[in-house]
Design a protein around this ligand. Structure first.
Ligand code: IFM
Length: 447
């Protein structure tokens, strides 16, 4: 069926600083936790690092031209905190600010709306050395950093995101240790959860006093959860996964309280004494929109070895992506409709959705990726379905504009709609990029 999106629907694509910029030691940039982590033997696939990545720092104009050729209406990028404050505190590094000014001006010149994320996981190493997200002070430092960026770019950027996927920063960074800084400690993951949320609150405070124009929100990676069976123990396990992945972030932001079942659940690890008076008011200060990153839905079973606290996320059935993630567009509709029902009505954006597949350059020099076209087609339709059910969805950012550094998996996973030959830094628009160009032009999908 042919479908049309609402007028003005914001079609974009996204990247993040450490995944694409490279130039990690240039123009005064300090070290981040991802520099340290990726240079630690055994932490990333093939020992890959973001030292060069897509070299976007040096190829900015070419990449901007590529965005314009694609017809993008918006580009979501992140600012590397260690470019602005190399040690995470104090006066701003002008060369770092200048880079992002150039990026934002380049977008405006091409009529592409800049969407700026303040934090996409690259904490200055100096702040990690002092305790990182496990301590309150980091939230205060983040508020100061945000104020510097608002001051420099507040008039130029219409769309701001405080944090990208705080669940990943807290639970992969401090819970499993699969991400930087590589700590595996549930109590610390809870502290990090709170201090990240408080950092969001401190950025909102700074936003209020900055006089910056535009809209501000936060991006969460949310995953709907289904029980593996009718067994009530599976139902209880679903509540635990939903609680950790979704409500632990949504509830403080939109309801001003941590979910009671989660506070009880984590009682053996933490008494939540890190929550000080006024924190939840700061965290639940109004935002203009919610950014949703959707990749998968979880099927959850009880863990027979730990029926009270445990759970198992089952391996997805076919089809799956190169990440081994299940392809489930209906999960996106379900998620958007649930957000609309359970939380205050406000504009939503899909700030990331996309997929990794095994892309390669064919003998003619092209990259055909029909799986990605099918994936995006199905998810765009799922989003449209949610709009039809009354959800106020305003835009959609495809992850990612370029193949890039996929964190602990290095360059082994390709999410881009543009192929990157990492040896030469050549970009080749994949078939999905050409397809997306038509979607944008048509503001919808054909039969
Ligand atoms: O590459 C990441 C991105 O940085 C955050 N969201 C998920 C993407 C794919 O794993």
């Amino acid at each position: 069926m042919a479908i049309n999106f609402p007028d003005g629907f914001l079609w974009g694509s996204a990247t993040a600083a450490y995944q694409v910029e490279g130039a990690v030691a240039e123009d005064g940039r300090g070290r981040s936790i991802w520099d340290t982590f990726s240079h630690t033997p055994g932490k990333t696939t093939h020992g890959d690092t973001g030292d060069i990545a897509d070299d976007q720092y040096h190829r900015l104009d070419d990449d901007l031209d590529l965005m314009a050729a694609l017809g993008l209406k918006a580009y979501r990028f992140s600012v590397a905190w260690p470019r602005i404050q190399p040690d995470g505190a104090g006066r701003p590094n002008q060369a770092g600010l200048d880079y992002y000014k150039r990026l934002v001006e380049g977008l405006h010149r091409r009529s592409i709306t800049p969407c700026l994320t303040l934090y996409h996981w690259d904490l200055p190493q100096a702040l990690e050395d002092a305790g990182g997200w496990t301590i309150r002070d980091t939230s205060e430092r983040f508020g100061e950093y945000a104020a510097l960026v608002f001051d420099a770019l507040g008039d130029e950027v219409p769309m701001w995101i405080t944090l990208n996927e705080p669940w990943v920063s807290a639970w992969q960074g401090y819970g499993t240790g699969a991400h930087a800084p590589g700590i595996a400690d549930e109590a610390k993951a809870l502290q990090a959860t709170h201090h990240l949320l408080l950092a969001h609150g401190r950025a909102l405070d700074a936003w209020g006093s900055s006089g910056a124009k535009g809209q501000i929100g936060i991006t969460l990676n949310l995953a709907p959860c289904l029980p593996a069976s009718d067994d009530p123990r599976d139902g209880a396990a679903v509540q635990r996964v939903d609680g950790n992945q979704n409500r632990l972030f949504l509830d403080p932001i939109f309801k001003g309280a941590y979910p009671e079942d989660m506070v009880r659940h984590y009682q053996p690890t933490s008494d939540f004494s890190f929550v000080a008076d006024g924190d939840l008011e700061a965290i639940s200060a109004p935002v203009d929109f919610l950014g949703v990153n959707y990749y998968m839905r979880h099927r959850v079973a009880a863990d027979p070895n730990d029926p009270e606290r445990g759970f198992a996320i089952l391996a997805p059935g076919e089809p799956i992506t190169a990440m081994g993630w299940g392809i489930d567009p209906d999960g996106l509709t379900a998620l958007l409709v649930r957000l609309d029902a359970d939380y205050p009505k406000l504009p939503l954006y899909i700030t990331e959705n996309g997929a990794a597949f095994y892309d390669y350059v064919d003998p003619e020099g092209g990259v055909d990726d029909p799986e990605r076209v099918d994936f995006l087609d199905a998810h765009f339709r799922a989003a449209h379905n949610a709009i039809g059910q009354g959800v106020d969805l305003r835009g959609y950012f495809v992850w990612s504009f370029l193949d890039n550094f996929e964190w602990s998996l290095g360059y082994s996973k390709r999410f881009g709609i543009n192929f990157v030959d990492f040896a030469t830094q050549t970009r080749i628009p994949k078939a999905s990029a050409r397809w997306y160009q038509k979607v944008i032009q048509r503001n919808g999908l054909d039969d």
